[in-house]
Design a binder for this molecule. Sequence first.
Ligand SMILES: *[C@@H]1O[C@H](CO)[C@@H](O)[C@H](O)[C@H]1NC(C)=O
Ligand SMILES: *[C@@H]1O[C@H](CO)[C@@H](O)[C@H](O)[C@H]1NC(C)=O
Ligand SMILES: *[C@@H]1O[C@H](CO)[C@@H](O)[C@H](O)[C@H]1NC(C)=O
Ligand SMILES: *[C@@H]1O[C@H](CO)[C@@H](O)[C@H](O)[C@H]1NC(C)=O
Length: 391
Amino acid sequence: MKSKRLHKSEGYVFVIFMCCVLQTILTAPLPDLHGLSNCDLYITADNTTQELKCSIQTGQVLDYRRVRGWTALQSTGTFSVHITCNGGSLHMPWPFKAKHVVALQVNGCKLFGFLSEMTQQQSVEDELRTLMLYKTTIVIPFADMYALRNNLDRIPRDTDCGQVTLEKLVLRDVHYDLQMTPEDRDRMSPIVHNTSIGHDAALLPTKSPCVFPNLKYVDESGSRKTGQYHLKLLPDYSVFPKLEVYNMSRNELSHIPDFFRYLHSDKYPSLRQLDFSNNILHSFEFEIPKNVKTCTLEKVDLHNNRIAFIPKETTDTLQNIGTILVDLRENPLRCTCELKDLRVYLEAQYRKSANMTRQLISEVTCSLRSAFHGTMDQVSLLNSGFDKKCG
Ligand SMILES: *[C@@H]1O[C@H](CO)[C@@H](O)[C@H](O)[C@H]1NC(C)=O
Ligand SMILES: *[C@@H]1O[C@H](CO)[C@@H](O)[C@H](O)[C@H]1NC(C)=O
Ligand SMILES: *[C@@H]1O[C@H](CO)[C@@H](O)[C@H](O)[C@H]1NC(C)=O
Ligand SMILES: *[C@@H]1O[C@H](CO)[C@@H](O)[C@H](O)[C@H]1NC(C)=O
């Protein structure tokens, strides 16, 4: 790693060279990290982005408003903030805006204060290009959610959209923990049963869509939904002109959300890969694009779902388009004549694919009752002759 570590504590500067790159860093003025005792500043060799690394131990709380206050005072450069919780927690209000911060990564944190600035007018410009939250639980007291629900019209549009400068968004294994006291439960039960608070329609009333002009990659894999209570950081009412990959793997989904039903949409005209693997989908619920010529989609990953059958109209359309690979490995497909067309489509895909994809296609299996033992065997759809007797 071509970086040097600058650790300032009580006015004494330690410089540890992690590589052989020598620069004039020693003479450069060091920003004062006072108030951020859990954080160290690293400067990359090219001196373009400075990395602020914070580690929060058990019993400690890092208030992102302090980080925000600190970066606002810096006059040069941009910052990449990297926060890891080792038992400690983080106070960080959505939409995480901070001056000069272009990248933000959070690992293993309990995140508090998420809704605390929802109705405040944001004074900081959007600058964030990369936002990555891993294994993070966003703790939301029900009372906060309830209060917000009554003030939806006071949420500024900026806050609704988050940061539209994003290029990459990763919310992997991010959960919402809606905390409800018994009193909350009594007070709120009529609301709880009637509306889906925080869901798109509620949080984002009839406003014009948020446009994310640079967003290319979204990973929301591994989100456990706590019933109807979940806030999606990316609202359904958005437009992603450059979006290439959307990852919804491991979301416990039994249906495709409406937003993705149309595999080709003006909302995401550049989509290449859609990952719905490791869910509990029972059928191929997508609408296949009509305008074949402009479809950029290359792969729909449906491996490890519960799909038993693909209708002929679907395989016919896929066959016509020819460029979309549907990964159907690890699905309970049954080797019946109804799968004949799927086989034709897979064969065509196989012929035009490179090695690795061929491997994948040949791993698509269906279950066939063995003539000898009466057991169900998994056979490769491509290699078995189950459809020989079909008309
Ligand atoms: C490197 O950082 C120093 C201090 O932060 C700044 O004065 C200098 O202009 C930077 N150099 C480059 C090439 O960005
Ligand atoms: C909530 O649901 C109950 C029962 O379904 C109904 O009687 C009541 O009118 C609903 N309240 C609202 C505000 O929709
Ligand atoms: C989606 O995320 C999972 C991890 O949760 C990863 O293994 C997979 O490769 C990702 N898919 C794409 C298309 O990036
Ligand atoms: C993969 O492709 C290369 C050429 O591109 C070929 O030589 C090789 O035999 C292929 N491997 C398999 C397993 O098909």
